[in-house]
Design a protein around this ligand. Structure first.
Ligand code: NAD
Length: 490
């Protein structure tokens, strides 16, 4: 830990000295107003750096730069864009340790996960870069009188608005396909975790990304974020965050008729039948809620367990939860680090009181760890029912609610009876049951006998209050591009 702490200090020295600046048209600049805000460490609340507090005037400048750069970037052959984006991936790999250490300090996420997240950021760039040369391809559709030829064009400058959980990886998941498609970007990262977005734009420009293609404006949602969603020259908004913010963003962008892609919250069930491999299911359920601090949109925040194995299963889960190491994010042994911010910690802690008040049992955790920092113990609620707030609301911490069910029908009813529909995890060895359940579960993504394992060509996104649109594979390109049709007489 000591060695990691001194490395982190060295990596972050420039931020401590000059702050986290905006990056517009290839230049690192303070906010036009000169205003700043502070980003603090979730470990001890100390200030890590001051951050440019951008507003409408900074957004205007960034959008102007993105609009200008779009003229050439959108016309550059896909092969050339590919070559630059592969270099960006290499740049990320070369600075993966710096990215991971910075992210750990800024977000409180454990190093064991952030090291992988940095590398996944590079994988996102490689994956979408490879599709840049064919992104404009379309179809020929013929009838006796016409030849119709379709093709795709980049839609224009994009606004990317990201949250504070795994911020580096998540922003690459949006920015890489947008750039590969030929779009330019204005990125507004979350105010709680601004640091690695600055690293990304620096790495990208060092790799040869032309100035103005990727721009960064820091600031708060209600000013910088709002101005971006309302800007007439921004053609689409790719947003990741809370469901209610997604809805607000659609309203803000309605007057300028933008396209929206919304990746929102979740209250994802893990459904475990008594014919499942119990050890694997316990492991996976624990992993999906206690990794990444449970601050993860696809986390398994409800576990629905068949009543015949409920006691045994929840006892095993409670045992796993109580043995998880909570500690400094840079300690290689740590699994659960501090939550992002005292405000978020207060929200998570409030559910411990709500659980008690509603009659659930705290089978593990349920308390804060130490006085300093935002550390909470991995928590399991049992004796819960689906109508409780702990079963309905997104807590976004290492907090799991376990609910028993009798049969397939009851499992489905409980699983679907929430506002959200992002992911679902099913554990059974009965193929017919797996087919029936997955046919009827209201979720955009389902995993059978597995934790969340991503395959980048497959679609990622939610139904109901969990979002609109899909990322991954060609779905990303469909969002960042317009399909046009030209018809010729025959
Ligand atoms: P949030 O909605 O509070 O903020 C997300 C971003 O939106 C931030 O950059 C914020 O500044 C900005 N914002 C806020 N108000 C805005 C406004 N009026 N106009 C424009 N921008 C505005 O979310 P958060 O608390 O940072 O992140 C956690 C949430 O993100 C959780 O609900 C989680 O489930 C969700 N999430 C979803 C996915 C997914 O893929 N579905 C992935 C990760 C996180």
């Amino acid at each position: 830990l000591e060695e990691n702490l001194s490395k982190a200090k060295a990596y972050m020295a420039k931020f401590a000295e000059i702050g986290v600046l905006n990056h517009i048209g290839g230049e690192s600049v303070p906010a036009k107003s000169g205003k700043v805000f502070e980003t603090t460490s979730p470990v001890d609340g100390k200030v890590l750096a001051s951050v440019a507090k951008g507003d409408e005037s900074d957004i205007d400048a960034a959008v102007a730069a993105a609009k200008e750069a779009f003229k050439t970037w959108s016309k550059m052959p896909g092969k050339e864009r590919r070559a630059i984006l592969i270099k960006v991936a290499e740049g990320i790999e070369a600075r993966a340790e710096e990215i991971a250490f910075t992210e750990c300090m800024d977000t409180g996420q454990a190093l064991r996960f952030m090291s992988k997240a940095a590398i996944r950021g590079a994988a996102n760039f490689r994956f979408f870069a490879d599709q840049a040369p064919t992104a404009e391809d379309g179809l020929a559709l013929r009838n006796p009188n016409q030849m119709n030829v379709t093709s795709r064009r980049p839609i224009g400058p994009i606004g990317v608005i990201t949250p504070w959980n795994t911020p580096f990886m998540l922003s690459t998941w949006k920015i890489a396909p947008a750039l590969a498609a030929g779009c330019t970007v204005v990125h507004k990262p979350a105010e709680f975790s601004p640091m690695t977005a600055k690293l990304l734009v620096e790495i990208a420009e060092e790799a040869g990304l032309p100035k103005g293609v990727l721009n960064l404006v820091n600031g708060f949602g209600e000013d910088a974020g709002k101005a971006l969603t309302e800007h007439k020259d921004i053609k689409a908004i790719a947003f990741v965050g809370e469901s209610r913010t997604g809805s607000l963003i659609m309203k803000q962008g309605a007057d300028t008729l933008k396209r929206f892609h919304l990746e929102l919250g979740g209250k994802n069930p893990v459904i475990v039948f008594d014919d499942a491999d119990m050890e694997r299911a316990v492991d996976a359920a624990a992993f999906m809620i206690y990794s990444l601090n449970g601050e993860r949109c696809t986390s398994s925040s409800r576990v629905l367990v068949q009543d015949s194995i409920y006691e045994e299963f929840t006892a095993k889960l409670a045992d796993v939860a109580s043995r998880i190491k909570v500690g400094h994010p840079l300690d290689p042994e740590t699994v659960v680090g501090p939550l992002i911010h005292p405000e978020h910690e207060t929200k998570v802690l409030s559910y411990f009181d709500k659980a008690k008040a509603s009659g659930a049992t705290i089978a593990a955790g349920g308390e804060k760890v130490g006085e300093e920092g935002c550390f909470v113990r991995p928590t399991l609620f049992t004796n819960a029912s689906n109508d409780m707030d702990i079963a309905q609301e997104e807590i976004f911490g290492p907090v799991l609610t376990a609910i028993p069910f009798k049969d397939d029908e009851e499992a489905l009813k409980l699983a679907n009876d929430v506002e959200y529909g992002l992911a679902a995890y099913l554990w059974t060895n009965d193929l017919n049951r797996a087919m029936y359940m997955t046919d009827n579960l209201e979720a955009g993504m389902m995993w059978v006998n597995s934790e969340n394992v991503r395959h980048l060509p497959s679609p990622f996104g939610g139904v109901k209050a969990s979002g609109i649109g899909r990322d991954g594979g060609d779905w990303s390109f469909d969002f960042y591009m317009e399909t046009v049709n030209v018809s010729f007489p025959r």
